[in-house]
Design a protein around this ligand. Structure first.
Ligand code: ZN
Ligand code: ZN
Length: 260
């Protein structure tokens, strides 16, 4: 499995950059994880949109899904000209209802599945998860603690990748992250922002603490406030985690391999 960072800024991009977007390729699948503004353009440097198997959105904040609107037109056009047969699988939370209903209404473009309708299972640690199998990938969702309903998501195939979504600390996140080969975690703030981020986001140090507690092999920080230096966030994460820590870089591809 490999993951390409399409956009790492939030909630607005740096000049020439994009908001949340990641292309996951592996297990016979091409998955767009998050479709923040600017991510579709960069995705097409790597993959034609017709080659996508699914889009997964962690939550319905604009910096995580706005490019679904241009993607809708791309797919509808391709279906009209016969270069694409089926609508694209779209998996996303069903709340807020208004935003969900707009996207669900684009039936020519998207075959929509709300995360809440996926089967509920117990993970190995006993944490309840929603589960979806795509190709050879097993994908599990646990609720996040954020200002909107959302999910942290694990992808298990040849290797395990976990994406935090947008969230404050939760024990479910630690559990779903356990043993990950790569933990892609939001790092919305520095230590000085801890009180402001409060119940909605993680600081880089907290991302490091989760990585340590969950025994992950590598931590990849993302979801950066554009005015911040990602290298400073890496330094703060390294104070709570002694494994390798990287700052996500747009256009960069990271391999996820068992025991890497
Ligand atoms: Zn966000
Ligand atoms: Zn958010």
């Amino acid at each position: 499995m490999k993951i390409t960072v399409l956009g790492c800024w939030a909630p607005y991009p740096r000049a020439g950059g994009a908001c949340s977007g990641y292309l996951i390729r592996g297990g016979g699948q091409n998955i767009l994880l998050e479709a923040g503004n600017g991510s579709l353009s960069r995705m097409m440097e790597f993959l034609d949109f017709r080659c996508l198997d699914a889009v997964i959105i962690s939550h319905l904040h604009p910096d995580h899904y706005l490019d679904l609107f241009p993607l809708r037109h791309a797919i509808e056009g391709a279906r009209r000209d016969g270069s694409l047969a089926e609508p694209l699988k779209l998996i996303l939370p069903s709340m807020p209802v208004q935003a969900f209903q707009v996207l669900e209404g684009y039936k020519k473009a998207f075959e929509t599945t709300p995360v809440e309708e996926l089967p509920l299972e117990q993970s190995l640690s006993g944490t309840p998860v929603r589960r979806l199998d795509l190709g050879k990938l097993s994908i599990c969702f646990v609720p996040t603690k954020h200002s909107l309903p959302g999910y942290a998501i694990s992808f298990t195939g040849a290797g395990k990748l976990v994406f935090s979504g947008d969230t404050a600390w939760t024990e479910e996140l630690v559990e779903i992250t356990r043993g990950a080969d790569l933990f892609l975690s939001e790092a919305s703030g520095q230590d000085q922002d801890a009180a402001y981020l409060g119940e909605f986001h993680l600081t880089a140090r907290q991302a490091g603490e989760i990585a340590r507690r969950a025994g992950v092999r590598k931590l990849l920080l993302t979801h950066f406030w554009p005015e911040y230096d990602p290298d400073l966030l890496v330094q703060q994460a390294l104070e709570s985690y002694d494994g390798p820590v990287l700052a996500a870089r747009e256009g960069e591809t990271y391999r996820v391999m068992p025991g890497m």
